[in-house]
Design a protein around this ligand. Structure first.
Ligand code: PDD
Length: 300
């Protein structure tokens, strides 16, 4: 059985033996950041990219020193090994730690650094072909969505609303109907043969999956533009052959078959989406030492 192992402030222990103080600023103020790294074949995938983003998030909340003494490059693979999980995730969180409740920073800071691994099923071929459904909502989040902050209430409410509407994921729109990203994913569209996604800004998280999808799609010869599109572009005014997909660490790329009450394209996983995803899955499998997966585009 997989052991639930926790790394907490420099020590490995069982997950149920891990505690944080009531006045931890992560708990009371949401004063912290996090990362989610995928584990495949007992390897942390694209770990270096996640660590670059983790250090950036720490810098943006002025908590850079919190990572000193925590060698995430070796601690996280060790955590995966100790946990014995083959597929799943590593969750990492760093908060400004416990101090008598006050908005301003405690001096000196007393960060809480934790990570644990958890087994999780990655999407199956059937789930990929079945596709995913998005539920549009107005983006109520703060203006620093580029920081992977633990302040996730707006996403929690949006994703719950999506679930209650029978959808799988929320789709955050600005007040003009421009598509920003999903509740916990980046969103791409294929419009007139061009793959488009919202440019990096304070309004979206710079996804690691997004980064690799763009690189892989370009290497396959597709034109990729970091140029936002509207809800109308992918629904009522959508050109024939329009495709939409999400991109996130634990779900890779998922074809979107419906947005609200609108079917996307012909309501099936799109050819461009599956072609890029096939290459994405090949590259990932090779990285973690797994055999090449069966192509999905052929099964369309
Ligand atoms: N979420 N946008 C948002 C708002 C996200 O929360 C995420 C990831 C992404 C995709 O980023 P990446 O490809 O690096 O996973 C985009 C993680 C998985 C989560 O909160 O569980």
């Amino acid at each position: 059985m997989d052991a639930e192992v926790l790394y907490l402030n420099g020590e490995f222990k069982s997950l149920e033996d891990g505690w944080v103080r009531i006045e931890d600023r992560g708990f009371e103020l949401g004063d912290g950041i996090y990362e989610v790294v995928k584990v495949m074949n007992s390897k942390a995938v694209w770990l270096e990219d996640h660590l670059v983003r983790l250090y950036r998030s720490l810098g943006e909340i002025r908590l850079t020193d919190a990572s000193v003494g925590h060698e995430f490059e070796t601690v996280l693979p060790e955590l995966v090994e100790r946990s014995g999980i083959a597929n799943g995730m590593v969750y990492v969180q760093v908060t400004r730690g416990h101090a008598p409740r006050d908005f301003v920073f405690p001096h000196p800071p007393n960060p809480t650094v934790l990570a644990y691994a958890r087994a999780k099923k990655l999407p199956t071929e059937e789930e990929i072909h079945r596709g995913t459904v998005l539920h549009p909502v107005e983006d109520m989040r703060w203006a620093r969505c580029d920081i992977k902050s633990t302040n996730l209430l707006a996403a929690v409410l949006a994703k719950e609303e999506a679930k209650e509407a029978g959808a799988d994921e929320a789709l955050f729109l600005d007040s003009e109907g421009l598509v920003r990203e999903g509740g916990s994913s980046n969103v791409f569209a294929v419009l007139d043969g061009v793959i488009r996604t919202h440019p990096l800004s304070n309004r979206i998280l710079g996804g690691i999956t997004r980064l690799h999808v763009i690189e892989i799609a370009r290497a396959l010869g597709y034109t990729v533009e970091e140029r936002a599109f509207t809800l109308a572009d992918i629904t009522s005014a959508a050109p024939a052959g329009c495709e939409v997909f999400t991109a996130s660490t634990l779900k890779d790329m998922l074809p979107v078959v419906r947005v609200g009450s609108h079917q996307v394209g012909d309501g099936k996983a799109g050819t461009v989406t599956l072609t890029v995803l096939d290459r994405f899955r090949q590259i990932q499998a090779a990285l973690v030492g797994l055999p090449e997966p069966r192509p999905l585009a052929a099964g369309r």
